[in-house]
Design a protein. Structure first.
Lengths: 170, 426
């Protein structure tokens, strides 16, 4: 729906969230009577932070605690985040359906405890997508993120699950 | 080295590998893939962009417009129409219109469409429900559904398994809902993240199918990939009756069981003989405590229904509590049978009459207010007791409303008292 090439160096302002941010907070079900990315983006994070959709700027980075994206399987959640302009999500852990949805639609996600512990609201952060390295802008200290298994890397490199599907004959 | 039931089912469906171990990434053929009126429109768009003329198998795709049906507004009507048109165009046999329809996770087992030993994916997080039949069933997203509709395949990470053993005979008014809320309170909402939850023990052996569905349904609330119960005589009876009644395209199934020397990431044991009914306080399903700890909580609305607790035995329990009683004048009671068949059975058994006479209202079989869709949305500050599965912030309406999760008997008793209550208090 909203793919395209992922930038390899991301830079943006940090928006910080807590543990167990669920898909009802990311995109409440009252807006699920559409799957239009622009419309979903207008309500992104509405029940966690009412003003998020107005505040967020192109390239900004979401940073959250444990179990990000828990709850429903709605792909509308990563779609809303991506369409709102968020360049990537860094969390201590991700719920499994959100994890696979983000990979499948090409929303970059990073699992890094130290980055989450050290990044504060309003910080400028930089992410090297290929190496999974995260740091505060202008600082030397880098925080590592979990390396994606090769299987997942191949999906990401291929441009998402459906890009590989388009090449497949049978 | 032995394998768990989950590992065995994944291995028997895996493509291009002879062995698997937890942590491996595999491709596997799926027996069934399913979507609803929220998730399928995205999947159908993705599928259409592939330009394929056929789906992988017309009998193995299930489309159920169960979330906002009958359509709550124009946009929802458009979403549902996408499913209907797609099903017609591609000859998908398992599309269900209202009138025969029900909530996907109650409807599909009821019709004998999912069988023990199956590998099933669904673009709905509560697809884990079907594991109650000894199938490996897990929730995925719309893109996964699109891919599966085209190729009959999906990618998986083979999960480690946590085995939960329940022992002891449960007390009156304690059922599957209480067992699973008890387990989630112990595990936490991410305690089983990426893992399989296998429920076992003599308590489970005595548990009717409806309660087993309730338990596997909420495996996701502990973060699990799937919930699963080894098939036994109760499973077999249920499946055979469904197959006889609805004559689905497949009848033969394999009863897969975990090996004696299967390796588990963890084993937890709960003796539940003294367990009280459990209520999960706002705003996480892991906030479960004995019902007696919630004596003074006033209740504006009670919801009985959903893929968790909208089956016939749930309505039977509610009716048993409501018989010859009236609900509190300050409380609304909204009841949604999970499927049309459950609705008809409840009418025949007299449960619906009891509920309506008590002052409750019936809504058509669908997800309704569970996810804040329609048919019972909460206002600012309102409190609900609900037999559903999630009590996140804003789940059933206003971000400042709150939801307590409970079993149908507690829900019904709370409707009568206007406060959270145990049936024994009435």
């Amino acid at each position: 729906l909203i793919r395209g090439r992922i930038e390899m160096k991301l830079k943006g302002k940090v928006h910080k969230f807590g543990n167990n941010i669920n898909t009802d907070e990311i995109i409440p079900a009252r807006y699920l009577n559409t799957s239009d990315p622009e419309e979903l983006a207008e309500h992104c994070m509405e029940d966690a932070d009412r003003k998020f959709a107005q505040k967020v700027q192109e390239g900004d980075i979401m940073v959250a605690g444990e179990n990000f994206g828990c709850g429903s399987s709605r792909e509308h959640a990563p779609i809303a985040i991506k369409a709102a302009g968020v360049s990537c999500v860094i969390a201590k852990s991700f719920s499994r359906i959100f994890y696979r949805n983000a990979i499948n639609i090409g929303l970059p996600i990073f699992t890094s405890r130290e980055a989450v512990d050290n990044l504060k609201k309003g910080d400028k952060a930089e992410v090297d997508v290929n190496r999974g390295k995260i740091r505060k802008a202008g600082r030397k200290t880098t925080y590592n993120s979990e390396v994606f298994p090769d299987f997942i890397k191949d999906i990401i490199k291929g441009g998402g699950l459906m890009a590989s599907a388009k090449k497949r004959r049978k | 080295m032995g394998r768990t039931i989950s590992e065995k089912i994944l291995l028997s469906h895996a493509i291009g590998v002879k062995d698997i171990a937890p942590g491996d990434f595999i491709r596997a053929g799926v027996d069934l893939c399913m979507g609803n009126d929220i998730t399928s429109p995205i999947a159908i768009k993705e599928f259409r962009e592939l330009g394929r003329k056929k789906v992988f198998n017309q009998n193995r795709i299930i489309l159920v417009p169960d979330h906002f049906s009958p359509a709550k507004d124009m946009k929802s009507a458009n979403q549902a129409a996408i499913l209907k048109n797609f099903a017609k165009e591609f000859g998908i046999t398992n599309y269900f219109e209202i009138g025969q329809m029900g909530i996907e996770h109650a409807l599909v087992p009821e019709r004998g469409l999912v069988l023990p030993g199956d590998l099933m994916i669904g673009a709905d997080s509560h697809t884990c429900t079907h594991g109650a039949l000894g199938a490996f069933a897990t929730g995925v997203g719309s893109t996964d559904l699109a891919y599966a509709m085209a190729f009959g395949e999906c990618w998986f990470r083979v999960p480690e398994t946590i085995k939960i053993v329940f022992t002891g005979k449960t007390r009156k008014w304690v059922g599957g809902k209480d067992l699973i809320l008890h387990a989630i309170a112990d595990l936490g909402v991410s305690g089983a993240l990426y893992r399989s939850l296998e429920f076992a023990g003599d308590t489970i052996g005595d548990l009717p199918m409806d309660d087993r569905f309730t338990m596997c349904n909420m495996a996701i609330e502990a973060g699990a990939k799937n919930g699963i119960i080894e098939p036994d005589k109760i499973t077999e009876q249920y499946v055979k009756a469904a197959v006889r009644k609805y004559k689905p395209p497949r009848k033969a199934f394999k009863k897969v069981r975990s090996d004696k020397d299967a390796v588990y990431a963890e084993v937890r044991e709960y003796n539940v003989s003294k367990l009280e009914p459990v209520v999960a306080a706002p705003h996480l399903p892991s906030n479960g405590k004995p019902v007696s700890e919630f004596r003074d909580v006033k209740v504006d609305q009670v919801v009985i229904g959903s893929c968790t607790n909208g089956r016939i035995s749930d309505l039977k329990q509610a009716a048993a509590v409501l018989r010859n009683r009236k609900i509190s004048p300050d409380t609304r009671l909204v009841v949604l049978p999970a499927t049309q068949a459950v609705y008809k059975e409840a009418i025949a058994a007299g449960y619906i009459e009891v509920i309506v006479k008590a002052g409750g209202v019936l809504c058509t079989p669908n997800c309704g207010p569970c996810l804040g869709g329609h048919m019972g949305i909460l206002s600012d500050g309102e409190v609900a007791v609900s037999t559903t599965n999630r009590n996140f912030v804003g789940r059933m309406g206003h971000p400042k409303s709150s939801v307590y999760l409970a079993n149908p008997a507690i829900a019904a008793a709370s409707a009568v008292k206007g406060k959270i209550a145990h049936p024994a208090e009435l």
